[in-house]
Design a protein around this ligand. Structure first.
Ligand SMILES: Cc1cc2nc3c(=O)[nH]c(=O)nc-3n(C[C@H](O)[C@H](O)[C@H](O)COP(=O)(O)OP(=O)(O)OC[C@H]3O[C@@H](n4cnc5c(N)ncnc54)[C@H](O)[C@@H]3O)c2cc1C
Length: 422
């Protein structure tokens, strides 16, 4: 390639060497770092996070299955600064029409849909808590740095990542505040970018990790955090709805969780096969909040935060091969969301831990830049596989038969598996 004489000249990038480089400080990346430190205290581990601070890119207000967190940090429930304090006390499912609502009896719900034993809390607080634990163990965490490039060795294996240059003008020349990106090299790179990350996309394409799998499916999740009037707050209540304002042929539904001091997390997920030409998912969400069931809780309150994020919905059929030469995908980079439960953070933590255990074995064996095939082979037999397998038919039935019939059929399917193991 010819040198372009007008190309800006930047100083060469500095590089730093680690045992393990983790991209993304969400539940998956941080759980992975903590587990690795527990197993290999002397390991040099770095986590890069593109958000300006930990939790900045995490949508708060979630129901969290605490199983994997109990396994990772058994003392968390008695910690002074524990991030989850509101245990679920009440589960409600409603079918909405424009003017009315019908509450489904709880006895109709398969056991796996039961939220008792789970916690309602801020996912952002959970991430900040995990980050503090990781840093106390000696993990280097660099917030404010996006991994923009994968580095490949001569044999094609991933050998690290580079963070983006900062302070570039539109024409590519450096401004006064220019700072050059850095190369962070590691024996293994774990990709924990969450749903639809750019590095994961490159890796899935380059190594054909999705060969033989269904394409990943996505939903758009909109979430708002409200402070509601104290007399309307029901700490521990978990409420889900489906139906209005979405058409029967459009997949999606809502959640509304009461937690901490007068906080309510209200949100709406619309599957991305959404095809209403007149109203956007955002407008549907605003319409949904005017329903008497929802407005009754929000009236007199104030919205204190909001955001939108993509959520993976493909389930087991869409999980790509997890390992590639030099690293692996963890958490929602692999797509471990359990759609009917609208939960993924527990599997993100579990997959981070599972990957860490296989990386620890590889480091102990003096290996580097090879493929963590055992990690890929292990996840289906782990708690993640046990969580996702019973709901594998939910999304296909929902997409094929619409919301009402699809949900009824997937409920029957889950009951059949619970009762007869089929
Ligand atoms: C609307 C909605 C509601 C949800 N509700 C629940 C719920 O109630 N309970 C539940 O358990 N789960 C819920 N989930 C799913 C849950 O949020 C995810 O499963 C979980 O956050 C996945 O964790 P993760 O660590 O894999 O990824 P994430 O939590 O997405 O974290 C990824 C991190 O990586 C960073 N990052 C990404 N790319 C780069 C890069 N190139 N360089 C540096 N940093 C990068 C991001 O900024 C982010 O901080 C919900 C999701 C949505 C969208």
């Amino acid at each position: 390639m010819e040198m372009n004489e007008t190309a800006p000249i930047h100083p060469p990038r500095e590089s730093m060497d680690f045992d393990v480089v983790i991209v993304g400080a969400g539940p998956a990346g941080l759980a992975c770092a903590i587990r690795l430190k527990q197993l290999v205290p002397e390991a040099l581990i770095v986590v890069v996070e593109k958000g300006a601070e930990l939790g900045a890119h995490i949508l708060s207000g979630a129901v969290i299955d605490p199983g994997p967190l109990d396994a990772l940090l058994p003392q968390w429930r008695t910690d002074e600064d524990r991030p989850l304090r509101t245990e679920v006390t009440e589960d409600r499912f409603h079918l909405l029409s424009a003017q009315s609502q019908f509450r489904l009896p709880n006895f109709l719900m398969p056991r796996l849909m039961n939220n008792h034993g789970n916690f309602i809390g801020s996912l952002g607080n959970l991430v900040r808590y995990l980050g503090a634990q990781a840093e106390a163990m000696g993990v280097d965490i660099y917030p404010g740095f996006a991994a923009t490039e994968l580095l490949y060795g001569e044999d094609g294996a991933v050998i690290g990542i580079a963070t983006g240059d900062m302070g570039l003008a539109r024409d590519g020349t450096s401004k006064a505040n220019f700072s050059c990106g850095m190369e962070l090299r590691g024996k293994y790179c774990l990709i924990a970018e969450g749903a639809r990350g750019s590095l994961a996309k490159e890796l899935i394409g380059r190594y054909r990790l999705d060969a033989g799998r269904d394409p990943q499916k996505y939903g758009l999740g909109l979430k708002e955090l409200w402070e509601v009037a104290p007399e309307k707050h029901r700490p521990g209540r978990v409420q889900h709805t489906f139906g209005w304002p979405l058409e029967d042929g459009t997949g999606g539904g809502s959640f509304l969780y009461h937690f901490d001091k007068n906080l309510v997390s209200v949100g709406f997920v619309v599957h991305l096969d959404y095809a209403n030409p007149t109203l956007s998912p955002f407008e549907e969400f605003q319409r949904f909040k005017t329903h008497s069931l929802i407005a009754a809780t929000l009236e007199g309150g104030r919205r204190i935060a909001y955001g939108a994020r993509v959520i993976t919905e493909g389930g087991v059929q869409s999980v790509p091969k997890l390992s590639f030469p030099g690293g692996a995908l963890i958490g929602c980079s692999a797509g471990f969301v359990n759609l009917p439960r609208i939960k993924g953070s527990h599997n993100a933590i579990a997959s981070g831990m599972l990957a860490a255990e296989h990386v620890a074995q590889a480091l102990a064996g003096g290996r580097a830049h090879d493929e963590l095939e055992d990690y890929d082979a292990a996840w289906r037999g782990s708690s993640i596989g046990r969580d996702l397998m019973p709901v594998r038919n939910a999304k296909p039935l929902w997409s094929r038969y619409g919301t009402r019939l699809g949900i009824a059929l997937s409920g029957l399917d889950m009951w059949a598996q619970q009762l007869f193991g089929v």
